[in-house]
Design a protein around this ligand. Structure first.
Ligand code: SME
Length: 154
């Protein structure tokens, strides 16, 4: 199990301070993505796939190399997360049936559903790592909390 380098108390405070009062989804997503992506060397691709309706996710905002523009619900790790509403912690992407390999360097992933007010599924937050089994249950729990705080009222 890798050590968690990210200081969640600190990052959470920074994101809260930066996003206070902001209700624009893209502005919030861009800020969360930027702060988290640069907070830990384990994170090689960090960003959102937005729920655009018709059971479809569309990319962005994100940091890292390019990703697939569109993912149907149920496909790949992000699509399964959107379909089930359940966090996906994948230690080995090659062992995940239907994984979408946007970057061949990706070895593990953490994908978390993002909800706004009234349980509206805004999209999913995807972090990919070039290291195997890079993510922990602590990462999943703390990231979910950050996302909930940032998006719960919009
Ligand atoms: N790995 C994701 C696809 C998106 S990217 O890698 C940026 C998946 O299987 O859902």
């Amino acid at each position: 199990m890798p050590e968690t380098a990210i200081d969640y108390d600190e990052i959470s405070k920074i994101i809260t301070a930066l996003t206070q009062g902001e209700t624009d989804e893209i502005a919030l997503m861009a800020t969360v993505t930027c702060e988290i992506h640069h907070a830990d060397d384990r994170f090689d691709w960090t960003g959102f796939y937005r729920n655009v309706g018709e059971r479809t996710l569309k990319i962005g905002p994100y940091q890292g190399g390019h990703g697939c523009l569109k993912i149907p619900f149920g496909k790949g790790v992000c699509g399964v997360c959107a379909d089930t509403g359940k966090t996906q912690l994948v230690d080995d992407v090659d062992a995940f049936d239907g994984h979408i390999a946007c970057a061949t360097s990706t070895q593990s992933e953490l994908v978390i559903p993002v909800y706004g007010a009234n349980e509206r599924l805004i999209g999913v937050f995807d972090i990919d790592s070039d290291q195997p089994a890079a993510f922990t249950e602590t990462d999943a729990r703390e990231m979910s909390q950050i996302l909930q705080n940032a998006f719960k009222s919009i």
